[in-house]
Design a protein around this ligand. Structure first.
Ligand code: NAP
Length: 252
């Protein structure tokens, strides 16, 4: 941990970030830690989350590595209870874990549809529900990572787009339900961001994609992490129920 005399924006706050082992979630966990938050890094296994937790521990007091299948309601309840106990409360929940199982509608298997909904949508529900009480105690912040395709739809991603549109509906409903307890809930809808998820794109797909992005480049995880920290921090307190699109103009 580094020592500093200046008060950091998230000092004294406890955060839980799902999908924190790689890509956007890792950048979010590290950014929150760099702003002073204690961070529970959650991935599919403790082993998977450990490297990110170690990076957080170098920046802040109190970082945890935890493993769970976000789609497992009972396991999530138990993990959140454990995390809240170890962190000494909870102020920030970031639902970021997500998967894709792309395919055209006529060939999409029922399993691929169900699995994407279970991880991306039910996973976010599981964590919001399990963390609602501690977040109500702290007038906390919930940030759900949706996707621009949840707003626009996308050929070949009926399952993924439906899950991410579902996350937006969940966000608005939770924002209304928990506003009375001063909890905010917002969604971030990234466009294409350089991570393992987009590394699978072919060169042709990448060029076609770049042609549709007015800013002419793919985004980086740090750009999503910075907005997450803003929504979690002192300046974000009067924003709730919103979906903030970060896509270089792709959806315009
Ligand atoms: P990524 O690099 O593929 O990482 C996915 C993360 O989710 C990993 O930490 C993974 O853990 C975790 N995860 C997957 N399934 C899980 C499960 N069942 N239970 C627990 N954890 C699970 O993804 P990314 O590109 O950073 O994307 C992060 C989020 O942003 C996702 O929700 C994605 O839909 C959204 N998003 C991404 C883009 C993009 O262009 N990259 C665009 C829009 C939205 P393990 O490492 O243990 O497998």
């Amino acid at each position: 941990m580094t020592s500093s005399t200046t008060q950091l924006p998230l000092e004294g706050q406890a955060a839980l970030v799902t999908g924190a082992s790689r890509g956007i979630g890792r950048a979010i966990a590290i950014t929150l830690a760099s702003q002073g938050a204690r961070v529970a890094c959650v991935a599919t296994s403790v082993n998977s989350a450990e490297a990110s937790a170690a990076e957080c521990a170098a920046l802040t007091d109190g970082a945890l590595a935890l493993g769970v299948d976000v789609a497992d309601n009972a396991a999530v309840k138990s993990l959140v209870k454990d995390a809240v106990q170890q962190l000494g409360g909870l102020n920030i929940l970031v639902n970021n874990a997500g998967i894709t199982r792309d395919g055209i509608l006529l060939r999409m298997s029922e399993e691929d549809f169900d699995q994407v909904i279970a991880v991306n949508l039910k996973g976010a529900f599981n964590f919001v529900q399990a963390a609602a009480r501690p977040l109500m105690k702290s007038a906390g912040r919930i940030i759900n990572i949706s996707s621009v395709v949840g707003v626009t739809g996308n050929a070949g991603q009926a399952n993924y787009a439906a899950s991410k549109a579902g996350v937006i509906g969940l966000t608005k409903s939770v924002a209304k339900e928990l506003a009375g307890r001063k909890v905010t809930c917002n969604a971030i809808a990234p466009g294409f961001i350089e991570t393992d998820m987009t590394a699978a794109l072919s060169e042709d797909q990448r060029s076609a994609l770049l042609a549709g992005i007015p800013l002419g480049r793919i985004g980086i995880s740090a750009e999503i992490a910075a907005l997450t920290a803003f929504l979690a921090g002192p300046a974000g307190g009067y924003i709730t129920g919103q979906t903030l699109v970060v896509d270089g103009g792709l959806s315009l």
